[in-house]
Write a protein that binds this ligand. Structure first.
Ligand code: PMP
Length: 403
């Protein structure tokens, strides 16, 4: 079809670097070449209780006829109740199940919130860098995205306040701040308690909403500070969560926690988009939570990921003693800085072509594409052995190119 038929919106984003890597890996695999991947954002499939999930899937499909039919757009009520229990226990958020909307993963939850809260041209502040799918969703909707840098304590709140003041002095209004305070993607950084409190104060002072993405709040190696939503007494924070990182990314079960007004609008907006989250997944998730599988495997998973994180850090320290990288206390990623004038995209492509190791260039996660010299490395999915070998090869290329 000719490009003239495409909408303006279809040209507002570029192809995702993640999709590019996935298709390159598939091409190599088709040639019989095995790839070591630190590129995923998935849990380790060997740590997911697949036998127990298979039993649940069997029970659900056999015994619950409704599991193959549409559900209410907000999700099945029993699951909303289980999510409210989960979020009270782990996120310290007390929420009525009526104020939870189940979505097909939290990616679409974020898109739905953009649709009901923002108009083209509105300004949203994000951490720099930030989760690429949120960045691309904002761009798709014509939103102006402003990044605020982080340090090891999360978003720099002084820089945030300066940015807000500057924009206000230019007559602009900021509608929303999007943050991933725990185990941030792609940096792995966790925001300190002080910064969380300060962020709430700034949002309150300048009347800005906060969208808190809790994707990694259950994946931690040191207990994270309380969620921002749990400290919010003004109804200023909307939270999105997901079972992807604990139960499996393929189930596509996420949710939104918001006020009555926003919940109602989200449901109205959602119906013509996907009607409801997949019913089969919702019923499986309900049983997974009811049967206590989340709790049963949670600590085991955390111990395994902590070991992998430590191995990744140790391997980087051994093979690239001068390189800078973040040291995550939560999440599934760390961010590695190549030398200042290096290009992460080029590096990632060479690494895959020559050494068959996949990593994600983190330049595109930066709203202004500053810091193209960064890479995102995942440690949850690969085995310990693969992490060690992948870093070994990565370091080889690093020394070939930069010394
Ligand atoms: N938010 C963040 C920060 C993420 O990293 C991810 C997954 N990569 C998501 C949301 C979305 O996860 P899902 O759509 O699978 O729930």
């Amino acid at each position: 079809m000719e490009p003239k038929y495409l909408s303006a919106r279809s040209n507002w984003i570029e192809a995702s670097p993640l999709a590019l890597i996935v298709s390159k890996i598939a091409t190599l695999k088709a040639k019989g070449i095995s790839v070591l991947s630190l590129a995923a954002g998935d849990p380790d499939p060997s740590l997911i209780p697949r036998e127990e999930l298979a039993d649940i899937a069997y029970d659900v499909l056999k015994n619950i006829p409704a599991s193959i039919l549409y559900t209410p757009t907000a999700g099945i009520f029993e699951l909303r109740k289980e999510i409210s229990r989960l979020t009270e226990k782990y996120d310290k958020i007390k929420v009525d199940p009526q104020n939870i909307v189940v979505s097909s993963g939290s990616t679409i939850a974020i898109d739905l919130l953009i649709r009901i809260l923002l108009d083209p041209g509105d300004i949203v502040i994000v951490e720099n860098p930030t989760y690429i799918n949120t960045l691309y969703a904002l761009k798709q909707h014509g939103i102006q995205v402003i990044g605020v840098f982080m340090d090891s304590n999360g978003m720099k709140i002084d820089e945030l306040e300066d940015t807000v003041k500057k924009l206000l002095s230019q007559g602009k209004k900021i509608k929303l701040i999007y943050t991933i305070p725990t185990g941030q993607n792609p940096s792995g950084i966790t925001m300190s308690l002080n910064r969380r409190k300060h962020l709430l104060e700034i949002a309150s002072q300048y009347d800005i909403l906060i969208l808190e993405d809790l994707a990694y709040n259950y994946i931690f190696y040191e207990e994270p500070p309380p969620t921002i939503k749990s400290m919010d007494d003004e109804g200023r924070v909307i939270a999105v969560g997901t079972l992807s990182k604990a139960m499996g990314t393929g189930f596509r079960i996420g949710w939104i926690i918001a006020s009555e007004t926003i919940t109602k609008k989200v449901i109205e907006m959602k119906q013509p988009i996907d009607f409801c989250a997949p019913a089969i997944s919702q019923y499986i998730a309900l049983e997974y939570l009811r049967r206590g599988l989340f709790e049963k495997y949670h600590l085991k998973v955390l111990r395994a990921y902590k070991e992998k994180r430590d191995i990744l850090i140790k391997s980087l320290e051994t093979h690239l003693p001068k390189a800078l990288f973040t040291r995550p206390s939560a999440g599934m990623f760390l961010m590695l800085y190549l030398p200042e004038d290096a290009d992460g995209q080029e590096f990632a492509e060479k690494l895959l072509d020559k050494y068959h190791v996949a990593v994600v260039p983190a330049g595109p996660f930066h709203p202004n594409k500053d810091h193209p010299n960064t890479l995102r490395l995942n440690f949850s999915r690969p085995s310990v052995k693969d992490i060690e070998e992948a870093v070994n090869r990565l370091a080889k290329l690093y020394h070939e190119l930069y010394h």
